[in-house]
Write a protein that binds this ligand. Structure first.
Ligand code: KG4
Ligand code: ZN
Length: 348
């Protein structure tokens, strides 16, 4: 069973091919990615219309690249998967339109995949895949969630952000100190030169007793601090700027680590999966690693280049759902995307 996966929910066009093996997890035969970040940077954020148009330009060449890299023809495909949601409606429609057209032409079925399920299952593509059940910390530009995962298709939401996502907190704070969009990785690099204790920033909801998050207040605190610091807060090379970056990162990472450990303790689970773009953050990885080791918990990550959006996680989620016998392969080529879609609402 060979499945082509197409991701186009936001600002990355990703295409990948996976094959289901007789034993073990499906394996990746190839993947290709085009990031639109440089294009959106001029506007300080994603421009949905430009994103859709760029997906249209990129998706077919990427499909050709992946097929050629695997030395296979389109006729060798058994199914086509695409991101059905959540994401930007126009961007999602490009992936679903191409997937449906390709599958219809080949007479193959399609499968619409939940973007977060892709992130959640992406560590199964790594050298060190987790085992079920596990706790998942999903931290991306649009979501911050703690989820209990018992099997493919069995996800229980335990807590989530009530306002901004962790990635959003990184990006908005980065913007305040003059870093280009999306600032998460840039802020994290700058933070390495700074002193996290230089400024005292809030850790919202850290001791709330539940597993929810809130990051909007942190962004306001960063703004207030920026005003106090003055121009040095966004001047390249100024120590204040690096210190503020370090303090911001420390606040976000402290909250994520604290809540993840609390979820592990409450549930008694001994495995943690960290997925989504913010999972690439080095400080988060170090802190989780240290605290989980003390608690006897193993931490699993997708490979670094598969932390942010990509087609491999979409093809993989489809293959794992198929292997688990969950169905979802359809010869109905409807372009029914779900721009807003909660993972726990997804029927197994
Ligand atoms: O999962 P993802 O690629 O897209 C969404 O589904 O949202 O996540 C993108 C988010 C952005 O907010 C980006 O700034 C953040 O992940 N990010 C990071 C790092 N790399 C990406 N945040 C902190 N540290 C990083 N190293
Ligand atoms: Zn994502």
């Amino acid at each position: 069973m060979r499945i082509l996966g197409i991701e186009s929910s936001c600002d990355e066009t990703g295409v990948a091919l996976v094959e289901c093996a007789a034993q073990g997890w499906p394996r990746l035969l190839g993947h290709a990615l085009h990031s639109q970040i440089a294009m959106h940077q001029a506007y300080g954020g994603v421009v949905p219309e430009l994103a859709s148009r760029d997906h249209i330009r990129r998706v077919l060449p990427l499909i050709r690249e992946v097929m050629a890299g695997a030395a296979l023809n389109l006729a060798d495909l058994d199914a086509v998967a695409f991101t059905r949601g959540p994401g930007l409606a126009g961007a999602l429609l490009v992936g679903s339109g191409v997937a449906c057209a390709l599958a219809a032409a080949l007479g193959r079925p399609v499968m619409g995949i939940h973007h977060l399920e892709g992130h959640l299952l992406s560590p199964f593509l790594s050298q060190d895949p987790p085992e079920f059940p596990f706790m998942a910390l999903l931290v991306s530009g649009g979501h911050t969630q703690l989820m209990r995962v018992d099997a493919v298709g069995r996800y229980e939401l335990l807590g989530e952000t009530i306002d901004d996502a962790a990635g959003e907190a990184f990006d908005k704070s980065a913007k305040l100190i003059g870093l280009p969009y999306p600032g998460g990785a840039g802020l994290s690099r700058l933070a390495e030169q700074g002193n996290p204790a230089a400024y005292k920033l809030p850790r919202p909801l850290m001791h709330s007793g539940d597993l929810d998050f809130s990051f909007a207040g942190l962004k306001t605190a960063v703004l207030t601090q920026c005003r106090k610091i003055g121009p040095a807060a966004h001047t390249e090379g100024a120590p204040e700027r690096a210190d503020l970056a370090a303090a911001t990162q420390a606040a976000i990472v402290d909250v994520l680590t604290h809540k993840a450990l609390r979820a592990l303790k409450d549930s008694g689970l001994r495995r943690l999966v960290v997925a989504g773009g913010v999972g690439a953050n080095r400080q988060l990885r170090q802190q989780l690693q240290a605290q989980c080791a003390r608690a006897g918990v193993r931490v699993h990550y997708p490979e670094l280049h598969l932390c942010t959006d990509n087609g491999a996680m979409i093809a993989m989620a489809a293959a794992m759902r198929w292997q688990a016998g969950l169905g979802g392969l359809e010869h109905r080529y409807a372009f029914d995307v779900r721009p807003r879609w909660a993972l726990h609402e997804r029927t197994a």
